[in-house]
Design a protein around this ligand. Structure first.
Ligand SMILES: *Cc1c(COP(=O)(O)O)cnc(C)c1O
Length: 438
């Protein structure tokens, strides 16, 4: 494989190759397609291979991709083909996972607000279910009173190990809305009795958070969960808990092209904090989302106009809050890198000038970068928002009736020829008008 490859799959050379090919093939065009997103499918394939390789050979582990990170059908089908399962948390994601052909035993349903109908369907199909709270447990009791299910059923606990750098992404704080808080008075003992009374409860689940969580905090939450599994089995005098779902949340490095931390670092922390996970007694599930795709994707836009305002240069393009919602609304938590290119896709060099890079939305905060030192952008140039393969263009925000841009998958032959496939077509203005009730 690598002997054919002149440079790494993730990095500026690879992006340039894809960008130049996209311009040549008309996938980027100042009039017809001034904005488009790209996912390097070779890089995704390599990333998933690294995930599989990181876990010890022989361990029973199911890697369920968190669909919310990118629920596009072709992406889910690619990941299925690479041996992944799928974690879903809404009726829409559940349907998308089924449509993508994931076998039920590789789907994990995690929503905190599952309806009776969703639970009944999951139990009927044999989809894994992680129960979020005591009331949901009572619903599942009622559903199982008159039917059997092959589903693996677990309880999500909140290990209450605390938050990370981004409050909105920290799911294991003392008062988090997710899971059953393990340290709250009486809950641990009540859970042990809940498992004793229900031999079909066989798993524990935790997800400590997404982005901004350090590996040690994540591993501490998982270790708390594993220790509680051991406690249940000890108190019950039988190995009833046979599965542990570790959640996702491996953070993405948005600062440069390194994939760091990688899965090897994650596993090293897990081994240090929770060696019991690797003694063969538990079937493991992971639920990674962003770390599977983020580094492999970018969003490209033409600069439409430039101006200077209060002495600051501003480049106005087409990539704003509709594709980079979190970055625009919470720029301190979600900064992204930007690269500057000539209209051909060739990298732009030159003195770095602090400039704002603005999107098309009609509110003043629609900036993907503020005072960012970049080669001075000019009308007709291209720029790319980097590390955007997860959550960004796949989670469109329909402000100002901006249409969903196309998402293209790229694969590169050994001779450098880039082939594109449509992962999602651009939404047409006609479709947009029709959907809004014309
Ligand atoms: C969002 C989420 C994930 C995926 O998180 P990433 O940070 O994208 O890896 C996994 N599990 C649950 C329960 C989630 O809510």
């Amino acid at each position: 494989m690598s002997e054919h490859r002149p440079f790494p799959l993730i990095g500026p050379e690879r992006r340039e190759l894809v960008l130049r090919a996209a311009v040549r093939q008309g996938l980027l065009d100042p009039e017809r397609a001034p904005l488009a997103a790209f996912l390097d499918l070779d890089a995704v394939t390599e990333t998933v291979a690294a995930l599989h390789a990181a876990f010890p050979a022989g361990s029973e582990v199911r890697h369920a991709f968190a669909a919310k990170a990118n629920p596009l059908g072709p992406v889910l089908r690619l990941l299925r083909g690479l041996g992944m399962g799928c974690e879903v948390a809404s009726p829409g994601e559940f349907a998308q996972a089924l449509a993508a052909g994931f076998p039920p035993e590789l789907i994990v349903l995690d929503s905190p607000a599952k309806t009776r109908g969703e639970l009944a369907l999951a139990l009927e199909l044999g989809v894994s279910v992680n129960i979020d709270n005591w009331q949901e447990l009572a619903r599942v009791d009622a559903l199982l009173a008159d039917r059997r299910s092959s589903s693996r059923i677990g309880v999500r606990i909140n290990p209450q190990v605390g938050g990370g750098r981004i409050a909105a992404m920290s799911t294991a704080t003392a008062t988090s809305k997710f899971g059953i808080p393990l340290a709250d008075t009486g809950n641990a003992a009540r859970l042990v009795e809940a498992f004793r009374a229900r031999p079909w409860l066989t798993e524990l689940h935790c997800h400590v958070g997404s982005q901004g969580i350090d590996l040690d905090l994540m591993a501490t939450g998982i270790a708390t969960t594993a220790a509680f599994a051991e406690r249940i089995n000890r108190e019950l005098g039988r190995r009833q808990v046979t599965g542990i779902d570790l959640g996702g949340g491996l953070p993405v490095n948005f600062a440069d092209d390194r994939t760091a931390p990688g899965w090897d670092a994650y596993l090293q922390r897990l081994r240090a904090h929770a060696p019991v996970l690797f003694d063969g007694g538990y079937r493991l599930t992971t639920e990674f989302g962003r770390s599977v795709l983020a580094k492999s994707g970018f969003v490209a836009s033409y600069v439409e106009y430039t101006k200077e305002s209060g002495g600051r240069p501003i480049a106005i393009g087409h990539a704003g809050a509709q594709v980079a919602t979190r970055t625009v609304f919470a720029p301190d938590s979600w900064p992204i890198r930007i690269s500057a290119h000539h209209p051909t896709g060739a990298p732009k060099h030159g003195p770095l000038v602090p400039q704002d890079v603005a999107g098309p939305c009609c509110f003043a905060g629609d900036l993907v970068a503020r005072a960012r030192p970049l080669p001075l952008l000019a009308p007709g140039d291209l720029y790319c928002l980097l590390d955007c393969g997860a959550y960004y263009p796949s989670n469109h925000f329909a402000y100002n009736s901006l249409p969903e841009p196309a998402v293209h998958g790229a694969t590169t032959a050994p001779d450098g020829t880039v082939r594109f496939e449509t992962l999602r077509p651009a939404q047409s203005i006609d479709d947009l008008v029709a959907r809004t009730g014309a």
